[in-house]
Every structure is written in structure tokens, then in C-alpha cells.
Design a protein around this ligand. Sequence first.
Ligand code: EPU
Length: 420
Amino acid sequence: MESMIIEGEQRLAGSVRIGGAKNAALPILAATLLGNGSCTLSNVPRVVDVFTMSKLLAHLGARVESNGDLTTVSVDEISSCRAPYELVKTMRASVLVLGPLLARHGEAFVALPGGCAIGARPINLHLTALELMGAEITIEHGNVHARVLGRLRGAQIYFDVSTVTGTENIMMAACLADGTTVIENAAREPEVADLAQFLITRGARISGAGTDMITIQGVPALHGADHEIIPDRIETATYLVAGAITKGDVTVERCRPDHSDALLAKLREAGAELMIEKETIRIRAPERLGCVNVKTLPYPGFPTDIQAQMMALMAVAQGSSMITETVFESRFMHVLELQRMGAEIRIDGNHAVVTGVKRLSGAPVMASDLRASACLILAGLAAEGETRVGRVYHLDRGYEQLDQKLVGLGARVRRAPERP
Ligand code: EPU
């Protein structure tokens, strides 16, 4: 296992290029299962979760070839309909193969993911919706076993909680269903809209993706297609915060500013100077940013996947801010680690009250999940002295070459074997 070692207090400056969105690439890769014909995806991020999804697809019968940011997948036939626990436990998004397998093959066994570091994360809404579409679902030996005789049926689905992968699973399943499916209170995330765009290019009939009501008219089959994955808005946010927390001057290239409105509004409110063009965002930060309150919400609200990074920024801002997490019930694991670095944070239920300190102090800390890792590295960039972030394998699940990109901006970051 490796740690990341950061020597803090280096001002970051320069440009960094953003890769494709992990959370768009994962469902789009899963959606290749929905038909034969080859699909070539570009701007695919080279991150461990994408490699895991490719491994899972190969296990199910797909031919997957990758070259740089291009991945070509063809699935002439499904040779296995089992997503094994070994893969699912390392990546919850494996559950995204459930809808496609059921729709194309009529049967799927997908290991139940279980709890994770940021919350219970059940998949009950995915399962109830598939049942409404005619699937018979049982839980056996830790697996979801889903079956349907013939085709799934179009149905009226209402999600009482906005669920990203739930919306994606049902949208994929509905593409090959008999009749029309309407998803109400659908997730509006750009990654859902990107998946819909890919499916439409493959011949699916979908309208309303990106809004809270999506209508899918089933078609008998999908064909192959090429698609470019949208830029990663969470990676974008992470580098903007890196620029802000080091009082730097960072330009984020090849991003989608229109997918980052909530964050940009908060950074501006805190006093950062932002220069926005079609595909670039430049951030310049003053000596010390002001505090802002943040409440995580489904898109277009402030993303839960940036809550931890924003908390690192507020930990050194002037004044007190209230950070409220409403999407996941235990996504404050980074707080204790930030406290080890001298942050003043008080937790009250799903609120964290962060009182900015002038300077954090470098310390050995432990990452608990992907975004918590990013938060601790950002804190390390601002801290005095050396910060050693343990368990950085979490980071490699969702960030492509974060250390090298930071070094390109002038940071002093390196990897080292984890101390026993
Ligand atoms: N929920 C239920 N029942 C369900 C599904 C969800 O109660 O059947 C609840 C969850 O427990 C949670 C809320 O609904 O409280 C929202 O969860 P959602 O289903 O939207 O999350 P997800 O689809 O499992 C995706 C991203 C996460 C991101 C969340 C929220 C992917 C592969 N993952 O997860 O990304 O945090 O949406 O935006 O798209 C990350 O990249 O670090 C990450 C965790």
C-alpha cells in the first residue's frame, strides 16, 4: 500500500487538464451490455473503478480493448449473468450491470454491495422499480437474483429519493422493455444525461434526461455507437479548490463550467476571482478566503462529492461556516483527520461547523474513501510541514494521476510505501 506525502505551503499556478467523468464512464460502460455491435468510448478516465468495470464486463462476456483514453467494447453475447462479490465489494457501481443484464439476458445475479464508509447506501429503489417492470427479485446468499420471463414491461416509476445509479439502472433496463417507462423524481445529474445521450446514439428512445422526469420508449434492440464521455466535474472542483487553498492561480482546462454552477457560486461568494470561458475556468484566490455555508443536495445543488474538499477549504477560511450533508448519512469521516491537522470543526448530526484557522499543520492522516482522500491532500497542500495521507488506493479509484497533475502545478507531492 502507498501513502501520499505532501510538503505544504506551495502556491499552485498553471494549467491542468481534466479527464472524463468517472461517474459517467461507469454507467456508459455498463450500457454496452445492452446490445451487440461495437461501441468506442473516448475521454474514458484511466482510474481503477473504470478498470474494475472493464474487468466485470469481460467476466460477463464482453470484449474490452483500451488504448489511452479510448475503450472499445463489444458484447456479442452474455456468457455469464453473475457479478461476483469479489468485484462488487471493491466497487458499488457494479450494481449498474443489473438493469442491462436483466433487460438483455432476462436474468442477473449481482452481489449485494453492503454498507460503505459514507453511508448504508441501499439499492431498494433499484429493485422495487425493476419489480414494477415485471422482474421477479429474490435475495439469495448475499446476491440479488433478478429474472424476467420474456421482456421487461414499461412502467410508471416514482423514486422517493433522487438516486443517480437507480435512475441509470432503470433508464438502461427500460430501453429494451416492452412499452413506455416514465421515471419521476429522476436524478438530474449531468452523468445521467450523458448516459442517455449514449443510449440515444445507440438507438434508444429517451426524452427528458437531465430533468426530473425521463420517458423511455422501449425498442427491440440497440446497435453499436461511439461516444465521448463528459469532463469530470468533481475532478474540476478538486483542482479549483487546490488553486484556492494555496492562494494560487490555476486554470482548469477541458472542463464544463456549466456543470459546476453550485461550486462556482460558493467560490465566488467566498471571495475567489473566477474567469470562465467555454471550456476553462481560471481561479485566483486572495490571501485568505471568507467563509460560506454549504448544503449538499442532488444536482443542481452542491454535490456531496465535493463536500469534503470544500471543508478543507473552509478549514483555513476567515470565520465560521456551516457544512450540511443531506445526501449520505455518514460522510464526515474526514473530519477527525482534519482535526489532527489542527482544523477546528464541531459536528452536530449532519452539520459540521468549521471555524477557519490561520494555518493547518501537516500530520500523518488516513483516507477513508475517495473524496476524503482528496480532502486530506488539499489540506496537506495548505498545511505547514509534511502531511502523509495513508491508504491512497482510494484516490486512484477516481482520480487519474492526481499527484502528477498537482506536481505540474508546482505542488510538492510524492508517493511512498506505507509505513508498517
Ligand atoms: N438511496 C436509497 N435507496 C436506493 C438508492 C439510494 O435510499 O435504492 C439513497 C442513498 O442511500 C443516498 C441517496 O439515496 O442517501 C442518494 O444515493 P444515490 O443512489 O444517488 O448514490 P449512488 O447512485 O450510489 C452516485 C455516485 C456517488 C455520488 C452519489 C450522489 C456513481 C457511480 N456514484 O452514487 O459518487 O456520491 O451518486 O451524487 O455515480 C464518488 O464518486 O465518490 C461517489 C460516491
